[in-house]
Design a protein around this ligand. Structure first.
Ligand SMILES: *Cc1c(COP(=O)(O)O)cnc(C)c1O
Length: 500
């Protein structure tokens, strides 16, 4: 008979606060061999820390084991495919990490004089130049710290240019397939949003758009390829319609991994765009770590770029702060340098042909998945797929199974879920982006899992509805978690009840 044992490692790791017991220390110092002094008196009260109420008291090994156990609860790109659509969760070569840790770069300080910073300035100068070439634009700022921050910077640039021409205008047009950050950006920058409907092929309806472009419109904010993974094939015509009315085209370039080396936004009418270095050009993301959202512009917008601007005077790099029309700073110092270094390393290591191949592989992988699972899932928009594909749960929902259930069952098969219920224009969306870094073997495993789940839905939907079965925690109360989040620990909240 097999005896039932209590596992040594608790699968439901408690909070560190709950492990605390008074007086435990993570360190031990030898007894003082000099007279004790009152630190607060010597350093001045401002420089000493007051006791933190309820701070957990644990030993070193308890703290280490706690965090190591938590780290094993996580799914990571280093474990397997992470097909989160729109997010471009690709594997990033370790060599880029190595380069970012080169001492002279990793320890460079923003207050270091320019004469001692020529190397790191060269990194930034080279990256700006390469991003301009890749996008087909005239000038680039590396300051914005993320995609949404880049959008905000780009729209402020448009506002500044239009203002200099006498009228900042009132509206931004945003297609219904846009990422949620687009309307948020528009509103924060003081513009009203007008929605543009997509047609049956999942593209901007050009007739519809033409009717909406008035003298009140500052710009169209368009994602290309859009969030359906579809390339806006009328993009040149769309740009002409806007330009004819003195309005501009902002492109959300978060999906540039479908275009790099193949098509340049600057060549199809885009005036300003951002890139997500943490999606397209290396840099791991998804854990809340730093990102980088450089903004690339056409010539007329360049004078408004954030201050300071990097420039080359003779053989030296220097910062130019003398920019009368600049919108000012959008970030302290010069941006997230570590991401710039990784992006430059990534671009140089790939070279032009390598980048183009990465793009082709991203598109090939998405189409491979699309083709093989299309017989089992509803694909509402049939236009050619670029780097991602978007299915709906239309067939499975007839058996009571929704996209979120399929995603949870996927966890049992060892995969991170795809993006659930986004974009909003597809009801019950399954948004899948494999990225270029996945091998055919890994894609085949994923495809098998998706087909197997579709069969389970037909034969035994309960299995899918109760998934995941093999995780430490199964279904959690998502509604209460969203409505009453416990964000601050209090002793009485140990039982799991919400603290205010
Ligand atoms: C990720 C993403 C953004 C936002 O980028 P962040 O770096 O997360 O701010 C904007 N648009 C699209 C299409 C994206 O995929």
């Amino acid at each position: 008979m097999i005896r039932k044992v209590r596992p040594h490692i608790n699968q439901n790791e408690p909070l560190l606060f709950e492990r605390s017991s008074p007086g435990k220390r993570g360190y031990q110092l030898p007894a003082l061999d000099v007279p004790a002094v009152d630190a607060a008196a010597v350093l001045g009260g401002r420089n000493t820390r007051a006791e933190i109420e309820g701070f957990p008291e644990v030993s070193e090994v308890e703290a280490i084991r706690h965090f190591t156990r938590l780290s094993t609860h996580n799914y990571a790109i280093d474990l397997g495919l992470y097909p989160l659509g729109s997010c471009t969760m690709k594997y990033n070569p370790r060599v880029n990490e190595q380069v970012a840790r080169i001492e002279g770069l990793a320890w460079a300080h923003p207050y270091q004089p320019e004469s001692l910073s020529q190397g790191i300035l060269e990194v930034m100068g080279a990256l700006e130049k390469m991003l301009a070439e890749i996008t087909g634009m005239d000038a680039v700022t590396l300051q914005p710290a993320a995609g949404a921050h880049g959008e905000f910077t780009g729209i402020l640039l448009i506002r500044a240019l239009l203002e200099s021409r006498g009228n900042p205008r009132k509206k931004l047009l945003i297609p219904d397939s846009a990422h949620g950050t687009n309307p948020a950006t528009a509103t924060t920058a003081g513009y009203a949003v007008e929605n543009i409907k997509s047609n049956a092929r999942g593209m901007v309806d050009v007739e519809e758009l033409a009717k909406s472009v008035t003298e009140d419109v500052a710009a169209l904010m368009i994602t290309n390829p859009n969030t359906l993974g579809v390339f806006e094939e009328n993009i040149t015509r769309i740009a002409e319609i806007l330009h004819a009315k003195g309005a501009m085209v902002y492109m959300d370039g978060a999906n540039m991994n479908a275009l790099v080396g193949i098509a340049r936004p600057g060549d199809f009418g885009v005036d300003v765009m951002h890139l997500n270095l943490h999606k397209t050009f290396s840099t791991p993301h998804g854990g809340g770590g730093p990102g980088s959202g450089p903004v690339a512009v056409k010539g007329p917008l360049a004078p408004f770029l954030p201050t300071p601007r990097l420039q080359r005077v003779g053989s030296r790099w220097t910062w130019n702060y003398d920019l009368a029309q600049s919108i000012g700073r959008v970030r302290a110092f010069y941006g997230n340098i570590g991401m710039h270094i990784r992006a430059l390393a990534y671009i140089l290591a790939h070279g032009g042909d390598g980048l183009r191949n990465a793009t082709k592989d991203a598109v090939l992988n998405a189409n491979y998945i699309r083709t093989l699972i299309e017989p089992y899932y509803d694909l509402p928009h049939k236009a050619p797929t670029m780097h991602e594909c978007v299915f709906s749960d239309d067939r499975q929902s007839k058996r009571g199974v929704r996209t979120g259930d399929i995603a949870k069952r996927l966890i049992d098969y060892g995969f991170h879920p795809y993006t659930v219920s986004f974009p909003l224009i597809v009801h019950g969306a399954l948004m899948i982006e494999p990225t270029e870094t996945e091998s055919k073997d890994e894609l085949d495993l994923f495809i098998d899992a998706m087909i197997s789940i579709a069969q389970e839905v037909e034969e035994n939907p309960e299995v899918v509805l109760k998934a995941p079965h093999d995780t430490r925690t199964s279904r959690v109360d998502e509604v209460t978690a969203a409505r009453k989040p416990v964000v601050r620990w209090k002793p009485e909240s140990t039982s799991g009840k919400a603290a205010d």
